[in-house]
Design a protein around this ligand. Sequence first.
Ligand code: F6P
Length: 324
Amino acid sequence: MAVHRIGVLTSGGDTPGMNAAVRAVVRRGLSMDDMVLGVYHGYEGLMNGNVKQLHSTDVHGIIQRGGTILRTARSDDFRFPEGQEKAVKIMKAYEMDALIVVGGDGSFRGAQDLAKHGVNVMGIPGTIDNDMGYTDFTIGFDTAVNNVIGELEKIKDTMRSHDRVAVVEVMGRACGDIALWSGMVGPTDIVLAPECPKPWEEAAAQLVQNKLLGRYTSLVVIAEGAGKAEDFAKFVRETTDVDIKPVVLSYIQRGGSPSASDRMLATRLGARAVELIHEGKKNRAVGIRDNHIIDVDICEASGHSDSFDENLYNLHGALNKIYI
Ligand code: F6P
């Protein structure tokens, strides 16, 4: 008989590294004589009993795959008590002792709702947005930043050939981390992030100044939480003589094979979530702080404002000014 019967699901926007986390949950569970039950299509699948036992071979060759083999969903019905009760019934029917949820802030809130029904839930932070303040990094963020800088470099090549300026919109919801990190290490002159709102007039003036000083090609990265690329481009065109093209990177930044760093993070967090169940812990969220794997009460893990690094933002400004 299995020591624990552990359910695992992925929820919300998919993120590179979700598969690596599922693999770690399954194999760490098997190494400790657990049975792992995969729940397909997130909470939607939990409510509908879309459950299948996962064996070691089911997770073979997935550590390098983007997306999630368990599929994902954003469920409206699960937000209501009736939906949650349905999910609890399914968990009882499958005799699950615990449920591991890989997802972002909204998915963690769903897990907290289940905890109120007496279910033991473990949260693993999986979102490209890096907007969960209790952990330094979320799974998928590093890959998204790598995806973005690759695209920025391509955009920069063509912009440079035409002496043009581009404004590139990246994801992140209300969080500017993808914009800031890709701006720091990619070919970016200006970062527009919601946490440090730079007036558009100031950014436009900087583009004009760059041109006057001989830098004809500039790249602006705008976090979706700070506005739309199209609107910023329109503003610049109406107020200056700068030739600017808007680009929206959209889902390109969320797909693809996870980086080594995301695979490592997902593997460490997935394994730790299982170990916590064996230690008798209840309703925890795992994360990483100063390169140590930590766990906190899952109720404290969501709704945290993210710690946007203002020093990094200011450093970006200093490193990308033109000095004469
Ligand atoms: O939370 C991840 C994320 O990719 C955000 O950055 C973005 O705003 C949102 O999901 C897009 O949502 P959807 O997948 O529903 O289009």
